[in-house]
Write a protein that binds this ligand. Structure first.
Ligand SMILES: [Mg+2]
Length: 299
């Protein structure tokens, strides 16, 4: 029997809501990853979260029983650093508002982190960090107002937490924008293309499929780079969001979780709309009780 993955040489995975939910693995994920590796499929793990290093993400995956190394992980911090290195002269001073993991990526591409807008940075990069303060955001804004190029790691306005929705980097960038409405940050994370381009380049994939749980970042991101997508119901978005999705956010396939890659396709791309809704509802019912999925489901 033909499986979805048979048509592809690589699979790229979003992490939260696809591979894990907070600290816990989505059930069955480790087995599915092992089966994909045994088929010789190239695998990449892609995250908009710039706060953790690829090494820290890989260690988390290994704790969940998933066969992955830091080379398999691509973060928006790496993608924004590559973008900046291509646009700025080597050694250019960069004001970094983010975690040590982001700072390390900026250093790794040959740019020179500085501590303050008073150091006349050529560019500013903002990434999510739990300790980021109003003073940090103000200083980053002062630098942009003085002429520095403004970069942001990802556009997510919220971050799903066990307790509810937390404020994401996109909202912090919105706060900066209030001080300079004419400015827009250059973004690296999904649904913008740099993060996915970086992953495809690293994997050397010819015909990849992207697997994600959010229509507005993952699935739209796949459309932006022109690759197929599998929408999984293990995370943030469900059938309600799929039914409301504009064409640029409609996936090629859908499944309860990533094991759908190893089964025959439930297509959403080609058939008439009635088929789309029918297959969506069938997959929704197949997913069964959502359990801990509620922790990351959007209202
Ligand atoms: Mg996700």
């Amino acid at each position: 029997m033909t499986a979805v993955i048979d048509a592809y040489d690589a699979a790229l995975f979003d992490l939260d809501g696809v591979i894990y939910l907070g600290p816990h693995a989505v059930p069955g994920v480790a087995e599915a990853i092992t089966a994909l590796r045994e088929r010789g499929v190239k695998l990449g793990f892609v995250t908009n979260n710039a706060a953790r290093s690829p090494q820290a993400v890989a260690e988390h995956l290994q704790e969940l029983g998933i066969d992955a190394t830091s080379d398999d992980v691509v973060t928006s911090a790496q993608a924004v650093a590559r973008l900046m290195a291509a646009a700025l002269p080597a050694g250019a001073p960069v004001l970094v508002a983010g975690t040590p993991a982001l700072l390390a990526e900026i250093q790794a591409v040959g740019l020179a982190p500085v501590a303050s807008s008073k150091d006349h940075p050529a560019a500013v990069v903002v990434g999510y960090a739990p300790q980021l303060t109003w003073a940090d955001l103000n200083d980053a804004s002062f630098a942009v107002q003085a002429g520095a190029v403004w970069y942001g790691c990802n556009p997510d306005r919220t971050r799903p937490q066990v307790e509810g929705q937390a404020i994401g980097l996109g909202a912090m960038l919105d706060a900066m924008r209030v001080t300079m409405p004419e400015q827009e940050p250059i973004l690296a994370g999904k649904p913008r293309r740099p993060l996915l381009d970086e992953t495809l380049r690293r994997l050397g994939a010819k015909h990849p499929i992207f697997v994600g749980d959010r229509l507005d970042t993952d699935i739209e991101g796949a459309h932006v780079v022109g690759i197929d997508s599998l929408f999984v119901l293990s995370g943030s978005h469900g059938v309600d969001e799929l039914l409301a999705a504009p064409p640029e956010q409609r996936p090629t396939y859908m499944a309860a979780d990533i094991s759908g890659l190893l089964r025959p396709a439930v297509g959403t791309g080609d058939g008439p709309l009635d088929d789309l809704w029918r297959s969506a509802l069938a997959a929704w019912r197949e997913a069964g009780p959502r359990g801990t999925d509620q922790e990351t489901r959007q209202p």
